[in-house]
Write a protein that binds this ligand. Sequence first.
Ligand SMILES: Nc1ncnc2c1ncn2[C@@H]1O[C@H](COP(=O)(O)OP(=O)(O)OP(=O)(O)O)[C@@H](O)[C@H]1O
Ligand SMILES: [Mg+2]
Length: 235
Amino acid sequence: MNILEINNLSKVFRLHILHGKKIEALKNIQFSVQEGEIIGLTGKSGSGKSSLMKCLYRTYLASSGEILFSSRAGKIDLVRADDHAIIALRKTEITYCSQFLSVIPRVTAVDVVCESLLRTGNKEEARAKARGMLEMLGLPTELWDAFPVTFSGGEQQRINVARAIIGDPRLLLIDEPTASLDQKTKDTVIDMILELKKKGTSVICISHDEYTLERLTDRRLDLRFGELTEAAMVS
Ligand SMILES: Nc1ncnc2c1ncn2[C@@H]1O[C@H](COP(=O)(O)OP(=O)(O)OP(=O)(O)O)[C@@H](O)[C@H]1O
Ligand SMILES: [Mg+2]
């Protein structure tokens, strides 16, 4: 079953500072994603990878086209859905893991990781699950109850990944999940994402790391100047 179907998606930025100059960041993007499929999104810097992710998460509103998401409640066009629907989907079905953690002040690492579960479930169970993930990811125990603001890049990245996957999302959008990790931690992150795939989670993953792409992805989509290349479309 397709979880995502993207038709004729485009995104144009208008730069007012340059007298309305247009930047076509995404042109006629067309692809679909199946349940449990992991797609690697590749392409040079500036080719539109992050813009595409942000359109899918609705941080950016697409200029035209549709993004049909098969939610638990039925098909919904993420371009046209109202903000309440998008907020609800972000809580339960779609998570986005950016390259850098946007640190929440004075919240402990454990609570940052299980924030989405604290809202609804049993708090102690949520924290136990978060600790289990931090242990798997090799985050030193003395950091679990510390504030991530002072953490290293790789430590923050592990918090960020754990936070995005703890609630078993149906669609995970993840930007460079392994960029600043050592080989062992990289493998752990890859294994955790593959576990999610087994449960049916679909993943779109931006990565420049050939090892990660090789181990993780079923298929790659390559963006060039905002367009999916021919090779990517037929694969
Ligand atoms: N908010 C914005 N306003 C104006 N232009 C933007 C905005 N976001 C992205 N762009 C432009 O859209 C194009 C694609 O950018 P995008 O960030 O999607 O590239 P990318 O493939 O993620 O690159 P990188 O690998 O460096 O992260 C670039 O030309 C960029 O300058
Ligand atoms: Mg980017």
